[in-house]
Write a protein that binds this ligand. Structure first.
Ligand SMILES: *Cc1c(COP(=O)(O)O)cnc(C)c1O
Length: 406
């Protein structure tokens, strides 16, 4: 009989843009006993999690809860619930995840219009405003932090334009939430999707979302249709039912509301994990946490530059939690990554599409975003580069990082 060995994952320093290392407090929370989903103790955990999510998203929205599934489950739930077949949807694309939004919106039956920016850059406000005015979409879906290129799109002023033109603004903040400032209400964002395995340092498996009353109004109208409750005078012909049960926000809402209408079985251990992850964020403080992410980014960047490596992309829109490095001419990027993983237990990321083999991506997110990890990564990367015949002055990188900490 074949014997399957005990599970014993190797210790790793995970410096990718997700998944990242998980705080031991979160891992411990995941090992607690299961509660039934209608046990008052459990429903109070659900309520507390909603309360903490409102703080994370900086919103007074009634609705803030996790969707069970990885981050794209949150994206799908929001898009399938807000897009009716035939709706015009605008997606400004500046990296891989803009293409994901496009694909999901298309599957929802939207008439999708895209505008594209060369990878490594983001849109000017004027370009976004012009596209919204020209195309008059019912919904705009945009990525806040593009992990594929390490760029961050400013959303200042976009919400007001969407509101003036009666479009809903949906933001993929999967990679930024909990690491970078994102004020849902001040920016007039109608729906925001977050992720767990990036700056929240919780395992993948849930996607926290929030949406406001404008989005909820659309959801409520569609629910009436499904239940045959629409009265005359409402634009019945324009409204169609949500093409999903699992991701229908009107049903998820009823499950998370005090009505507790049964839907799926809540992912108990994941909810424990998310609650603990959120408790850690709020204990640290949103601003302090953002400052920590910036401080370690600065040290990492100083070290990278001290090795004469070039940063990829437009520096003015660099995402603070992802640093993209151009792989030097003649160096096999995958071989360097293998050495880091096999000999140092450190994982950094490659990239996708046109950037495959061209850049490395180093994440400084959540629990992985620490002085220890940044210094170890720089030291190891320097050693790996030397072994690959890259010319550099040994020792400078770690010193440069230490200087920024001093
Ligand atoms: C990681 C990521 C996603 C997808 O997350 P999954 O958890 O893998 O589904 C979506 N958008 C952005 C910007 C991301 O960085």
């Amino acid at each position: 009989m074949k014997v399957y060995k005990d599970l014993s994952p190797s210790p790793r320093t995970i410096m990718t843009p997700g998944p990242v290392e998980v705080d031991p407090r979160v891992l411990r929370a995941m090992s607690f006993p299961i509660l039934g989903q209608f046990d008052p103790e459990f429903t109070s955990i659900m309520n507390e999690t909603m309360e903490m999510l409102r703080k994370l998203f900086v919103t007074e929205n009634e609705w803030a809860f996790p969707v069970d599934g990885t981050s794209r489950s949150g994206i799908e739930a929001v898009l399938v619930s807000l897009i009716e077949p035939g709706d015009k949807v605008l997606v400004p694309i500046y990296g891989r995840f803009g293409h994901l939004l496009t694909e999901i919106a298309q599957r929802c039956g939207a008439e999708v219009v895209t505008i594209e920016k060369e990878w490594g850059f983001v849109f000017d406000k004027e370009e976004l405003v012009a596209a919204i005015r020209t195309h008059r979409p019912k919904l705009v879906a945009i990525v806040h932090g593009e992990t594929s290129t390490g760029r961050m799109q400013s959303l200042e002023g976009i919400g007001q334009v969407c509101r003036d033109l009666d479009a809903l603004l949906v933001v993929d903040a999967v990679a930024t939430i909990g690491g970078v400032a994102l004020e849902t209400d001040r920016l007039l964002l109608d729906a925001v999707i977050g992720g767990t395995q990036k700056c929240l340092s919780v395992p993948a498996g849930m996607s926290p979302i929030t949406y406001n009353s404008r989005a909820a109004a659309k959801i409520a109208k569609r629910k009436k249709i499904e239940r045959g409750l629409l009265t005359g005078g409402e634009e019945e012909s324009l409204l169609r039912p949500v093409q999903s049960n699992y991701f229908d926000l009107s049903m998820l809402q009823d499950y998370w509301s005090s009505a507790r209408l049964n839907h799926h079985t809540e992912a108990t251990s994941m909810l424990y994990a998310l609650r603990e992850g959120l408790r850690l964020v709020l204990e640290e403080g949103l601003e302090q946490r953002q400052a920590r992410h910036k401080a370690h980014e600065a040290a990492l960047v100083a070290g990278v530059q001290a090795m004469d490596l070039r940063l990829y992309g437009d520096a003015s829109c660099k995402m603070p939690v992802v640093t993209c490095i151009e792989i030097p001419e003649g160096i096999d990027g995958e071989s360097v990554r293998n050495l880091l993983l096999q000999d140092f237990g450190i994982e950094i990321a490659s990239s996708f599409g046109v950037l495959k083999g061209k850049i490395w991506r180093i994440g400084t997110m959540g629990y992985s975003c620490s002085k220890r990890n940044v210094l170890l990564t720089l030291g190891a990367l320097e050693a790996a580069l030397l072994r690959h015949g890259h010319k550099l002055e040994a020792g400078l990188a770690v010193q440069a990082a230490l200087n920024t900490y001093a």
